[in-house]
Design a binder for this molecule. Structure first.
Ligand SMILES: [Zn+2]
Length: 352
């Protein structure tokens, strides 16, 4: 009996000791687990802080002021190399600080990289930098109607490319299928594409339904082919209904529905006039004032990329305008830089 009791006591003591060891082990495991979890959480937190700090750094770079009061830099193109043989300068691209300008630069970056012919990222970056706008500087917009029309459109684009100039092309939908690469080249050079209807229709003579069809078909076609959204409409024959008429009201309503600004012009080169020579076009466009006394700054100049003489004239006109300090911007850029701004459904013949 004595022995059994002793044995039972020892067994109980062993059980208690084993239970205690088990409890200790469990506690140690819990401590270890909690520690590991804490370390993991700290690591995740650290990484998140680093990422956020990097983002802030990028943002700070993007907002750093280096130019004049109203001109501010935007961020570097994300694909621009910063090291290696094709390294680009770390200076930010100067830019206007506005939503439209940010979107415009992103669209340009996309068009240049998708349709342009740039050797590498550095060349693309340099081209984008050349396309920056000084909103306080003089500017005007060259526009070309009725293309794409081979071989004149190629020649117009050659002149633009040689002079690192840009323009706006109001294209005719029916011509695009045979000249898809020309519109692509226009986009690749940083030009803007506007709507000149599918078959060069006189909008005033069409019913509201027909008007919408010819304009929308072309907008859709350009979007399907190039992923590009058109925001300008130049009605053929500058025909958009007399002021106060039902036609005018409907055409303006249509433009508003389709997010289009209606674009007239300030000065026509008169290249569609048979008797007009290249020299007459040059003199007319480069004259200080037009017949209404308006200067060149803020003007929208009208040409057609379908006449040989137009090519000859712009070979003189473009460098002359650049020498006078004019920035040759697109119509959307010109209007967005004006105090009025660009509004869908508005009619413009000049930037005010
Ligand atoms: Zn036309």
């Amino acid at each position: 009996m004595e022995y059994d009791r002793e044995e039972a006591r020892k067994r109980a003591a062993r059980r208690r000791a084993a239970a205690k060891r088990k409890k200790l082990r469990r506690r140690r495991l819990m401590v270890l687990g909690t520690g590991a979890l804490l370390i993991l959480l700290l690591l995740i937190g650290g990484v998140m802080l680093l990422v956020r700090a990097a983002g802030r750094h990028r943002q700070a770079n993007a907002l750093e002021v280096t130019a004049t009061a109203t001109v501010q830099p935007t961020s570097l193109p994300t694909d621009a190399p910063t090291t290696g043989p094709t390294a680009v300068p770390a200076t930010p691209v100067p830019a206007i600080q506005a939503d439209w300008y940010y979107e415009r630069t992103e669209q340009l970056r996309h068009n240049l990289s998708t349709f342009g012919n740039y050797q590498d990222a550095a060349a693309l970056y340099a081209a984008l930098e050349r396309m920056q706008i000084d909103p306080n500087g003089k500017m005007l917009a060259l526009t070309f109607d009725d293309g794409p029309y081979s071989p004149i459109t190629e020649q117009v684009l050659d002149v633009l490319e040689e002079n690192q100039a840009r323009a706006t092309f109001f294209v005719k939908g029916a011509y695009i299928d045979a000249n898809k690469d020309l519109v692509a080249r226009e986009l690749g050079l940083g030009c803007e594409i506007g709507n000149h209807t599918t078959n060069h229709e006189d909008l005033e003579k069409l019913s509201p339904t027909e008007r919408r069809a010819t304009v929308k078909d072309l907008n859709d076609k350009i979007y399907q082919l190039y992923g590009y959204r058109v925001h300008l409409l130049r009605p053929p024959y500058i025909s958009y209904g007399k002021k106060g008429s039902a036609d005018r009201e409907d055409i303006v309503a249509m433009a508003t529905e389709f997010n289009l600004a209606i674009i007239n012009h300030t000065r026509s080169s008169h290249d569609s006039h048979e008797e007009y020579t290249a020299q007459m076009m040059i003199d007319r466009i480069l004259s200080e004032k037009d017949e209404l006394g308006r200067g060149l700054n803020g003007s929208i100049l009208l040409f057609h990329d379908k006449y040989q003489k137009t090519v000859e004239a712009i070979k003189v006109i473009i460098p002359a305008l650049q020498q006078q300090g004019y920035q040759l911007v697109t119509v959307s850029e010109l209007l967005n830089c004006s105090s009025e701004g660009l509004h869908y459904g508005w009619i413009y013949s000049k930037a005010d």
